[in-house]
Design a protein around this ligand. Structure first.
Ligand code: K1U
Ligand code: ZN
Length: 167
């Protein structure tokens, strides 16, 4: 297994649109393992392939408190959504920034698992928030893009200052 470098906002590669996975094979399963290791090490509760510069429709998630409920979504499709709820979000590609975003309260997602088996999942709470956040990454959208231009400018400046300080 390997820990993969995570692209940092405002890296242009975070705006690439991910392609469908044509075949779920051993190379995909290896990427799933590496992404899971990267997510747990960060630590985070989700990771999209886009964030590790792999532009395919693959997401890993684990919102459990015990970190032993890994969920894998390949070629995820939103089938239904209900309600609106505001939730605080973070992102491993935008470290140290937490902001409230409004999203659907409940979602139904259809996807393939790491064996290529189709499944449908209904989610609410943090799992629903996280699924929508990660699916946005696959479309090339970072959560800060829901915020005002003023907030986005301030976030970019803050990240730039922080990176200058740690280098
Ligand atoms: O970068 C990512 O896409 C992962 C992101 C997922 C997420 C978190 C919160 C709301 C929406 C989406 C993170 O995991 S940020 C880190 C984080 O939230 C966290 C880290 C350690 C423990 C608990 C949470
Ligand atoms: Zn993110």
């Amino acid at each position: 297994m390997a820990i993969l470098p995570i692209l940092q906002y405002p890296d242009e590669r975070l705006h690439k649109v991910a392609k469908k996975v044509e075949r779920v094979d051993d190379s995909i399963r290896k990427l799933v393992r590496d992404m899971a290791e990267t997510m747990y090490a960060a630590p985070g509760i989700g990771l999209a392939a886009t964030q590790v510069d792999k532009h395919i429709q693959l997401i890993v998630l684990d919102v459990s408190e015990t970190h032993n409920d890994l969920k894998v979504f390949i070629n995820p499709e939103l089938q239904a959504s209900k309600g609106i709820e505001e939730h605080e979000e973070g992102c491993l590609s935008v470290p140290g920034i937490y902001e409230k975003v409004s999203r659907a309260e409940r979602v139904t997602v259809h996807a393939l698992d790491e064996h290529g088996k189709p499944f449908t999942l209904e989610a609410d709470g943090l799992l629903a928030v996280c699924i929508q956040h990660e699916m946005d990454h696959l479309r090339g959208k970072v959560f800060v893009e829901y915020l005002s231009h003023l907030k986005q400018t301030r976030i970019r400046a803050k990240l730039k200052k922080h990176r200058r300080e740690i280098l």
